[in-house]
Design a protein around this ligand. Structure first.
Ligand code: B1M
Length: 210
C-alpha cells in the first residue's frame, strides 16, 4: 500500500504509534509535509467524518483519530517552521466558544508560524472575553477564530462584537468547514480563508490594505 494511503488508514484506526512512525518515514523519504497533511492525514480525517455521518463510528473513534493527527502535526511542525524568519506580526488564535475541534486551528497556527508570525494559541472553547483580553495583552495584528460546527459558528459574531465594542480594530480572520465567505462578511470579519494553505495569504493581503 502506498505510504500516504497507509497513513490515512491508520488515522482512521486511531493508531497514534503507526501514524507517528509512518509520518517520520514519509519525511525521511522526502515527502513534502504539506503532501503528507493533504494526501494522508486529512484524507483519513475526512473518511472518519463520513463514517461518523453514516453511524459506522462514534465520538470516541473521532477523538482517537484526532489525537493521532495532532501527534503527526507535532512531528511535521519543525519542518514547516523556519525559526530564523523575521517576525512579521502577531496572531492570537483559538477555536470559538462551545467548540472542541482543534486540528484545523492547529494547522493554521503552524502555517502562520511558518510565515514568521508570533502565534498565541488560546486553545479550544475560547470565550469572546478571552479573545479580547489576549488581543490587547499581545497587541495582536490578527485574531483568528476557528469553528467546525454549525451550532458554534454563530458564536464568532459575539467575539467580533466584543472586540469592536472595546474599540479593538485588530483584523479578524475566520475559517472552518461550515463557514462561507458570505457568512464571514455578514458577521463583520475582515477576512475568511477556506483552508490552511490560503490563510496566510489572506492575512498578508489584509496587512497590505491597512
Ligand atoms: Co466532530 N464533527 N463533533 N469531533 N468532527 C465534525 C466537524 C462533523 C462534520 C462530523 C460529521 O458529521 N461528518 C460534525 C459537524 C456537523 C456540523 O455541525 N456541520 C461533527 C459533530 C456533529 C460533532 C459532535 C456534535 C458529535 C457529538 O457529540 N454527537 C461533537 C461536538 C463537540 C464540540 O465541539 N462541542 C464532535 C466532537 C468531535 C471530537 C471531539 C470527537 C473530534 C475533535 C477532536 C479534536 O479536534 N481534537 C471530532 C472530529 C475529529 C471531527 C472530524 C471527523 C474531523 C475534524 C478535523 O479535524 N478535520 C469532523 C469531520 C470532518 O471534518 N470531515 C467532525 C481535519 C481538519 C484539518 O480540517 O478542521 O475543517 P478542518 O480545518 C480546515 C478548514 O476548515 C480550515 O483550514 C483547515 C485546514 O485546511 N480552517 C480554517 C479551520 N479553522 C480555520 C480558521 C481559519 C481559517 C481556516 O482562520 C482563523
Amino acid at each position: 500500500m502506498a505510504l500516504l494511503q497507509e497513513i490515512s488508514e491508520y488515522i482512521q484506526q486511531g493508531d497514534m504509534n503507526e501514524v507517528s512512525k509512518l509520518t517520520s518515514m514519509a519525511l525521511q523519504q522526502n515527502f513534502n509535509p504539506q503532501e503528507i497533511i493533504d494526501n494522508g492525514l486529512i484524507v483519513g480525517m475526512s473518511a472518519i467524518g463520513e463514517r461518523f455521518k453514516r453511524n459506522e463510528v462514534f465520538v470516541p473513534e473521532m477523538l482517537i483519530a484526532a489525537r493521532a493527527m495532532n501527534k503527526a502535526l507535532e512531528i511535521l511542525e519543525p519542518k514547516m517552521v523556519n525559526a530564523k524568519i523575521k517576525k512579521t506580526g502577531t496572531l492570537v488564535i483559538g477555536t470559538v466558544e462551545g467548540d472542541l475541534h482543534d486540528i484545523g486551528k492547529n494547522l493554521i497556527g503552524i502555517m502562520f508560524k511558518g510565515a514568521g508570525f508570533n502565534v498565541i494559541d488560546l486553545g479550544i472553547d475560547v470565550s469572546a472575553e478571552r479573545f479580547l483580553e489576549s488581543a490587547v495583552d499581545h497587541k495582536a495584528d490578527f485574531v483568528g477564530i476557528s469553528a467546525l460546527l454549525t451550532t458554534t459558528m454563530v458564536n464568532m459574531e459575539k467575539t467580533i462584537k466584543e472586540l469592536r465594542a472595546n474599540n479593538i480594530t485588530t483584523k479578524v480572520l475566520v475559517g472552518g468547514a461550515p463557514l462561507t465567505e458570505k457568512f464571514a462578511h455578514e458577521i463583520g470579519a475582515d477576512g475568511y480563508a477556506p483552508d490552511a494553505a490560503s490563510a496566510v495569504g489572506v492575512a498578508k493581503s489584509l496587512m497590505n490594505s491597512r
